[in-house]
Design a protein around this ligand. Structure first.
Ligand code: ZN
Length: 227
């Protein structure tokens, strides 16, 4: 058992990781980032999930939402952060990923998380990159992770922080399988890249998510605009 700082988006991957870490007996602090994502509803989902989890597991979870909009307003080439660039409606491909990627986002957010962890003397930072991500996004791949792990070790020698990505070799369907076993309340999670109260059901991450439940012979509990 150790204390872990979890990057918690409000999506299903990080929710599953939260429940896995708690089930394994770790103490978890969670941080969410407001980077100006058009799917700002995911931050509301993050807060709701923390509240639900605290009640369900009868514990307090320290959760911070960190405003990094003033930085990401300058990194505006992605459909996730620039309202002038439309979110594609289809399955992930490399070209689609290039439209949705926020350049260097994970390295920036992980660096902030590592700084916070070192300041709080927390030994590990966890994030929920998975196999579907790393095949497409450069900053979700194992080569990036291994390199950043080493850089982080070198930069935190006085209060060593280790980055861990337990799902890096798992598919979205594998994550759902594990989450269903853990009892993760997926109805409270949010994945959609579009704004709005209801998830769209057609953007790449909605399509991927719906498919992951199908592969587990079950249905995503979320209501979608189009299913
Ligand atoms: Zn969507």
């Amino acid at each position: 058992m150790s204390k872990i700082l979890l990057i918690f988006s409000g999506g299903m991957d990080s929710a599953t990781l939260l429940w896995k870490l708690l089930t394994d007996g770790h103490q978890v602090d969670a941080i969410s980032f407001d980077y100006g994502q058009r799917h700002i509803a995911e931050l509301e989902s993050a807060k709701q999930m923390i509240t639900y989890t605290e009640k369900n597991k009868n514990m307090k979870i320290h959760h911070d939402v960190i405003d990094v909009k003033p930085i990401f307003i300058h990194i505006n080439s992605s459909s996730l952060t620039n309202p002038d660039i439309e979110v594609p409606n289809c399955y992930y491909t490399e070209d689609i990923a290039k439209i949705t990627v926020v350049p260097n986002r994970n390295q920036i957010l992980l660096s902030i998380a590592v700084g916070i962890a070192a300041a709080r003397k927390i030994e590990k930072v966890a994030y929920a990159a998975h196999a579907g991500d790393w095949s497409i996004y450069p900053d979700c791949r194992t080569e990036f992770m291994e390199s950043l792990k080493e850089t982080t070790r070198l930069s935190t020698l006085w209060h060593p922080v280790e980055i861990t990505a337990p799902f890096i070799h798992m598919t979205k369907a594998d994550i759902v399988k594990q989450g269903l076993e853990l009892g993760v309340p997926y109805i409270l999670t949010r994945s959609c890249y579009n704004a709005g109260n209801l998830s769209c059901g057609t953007c790449p991450t909605c399509v991927e998510r719906i498919e992951a439940f199908k592969l587990n012979d079950t249905t995503d509990p979320l209501n979608y605009k189009i299913h």
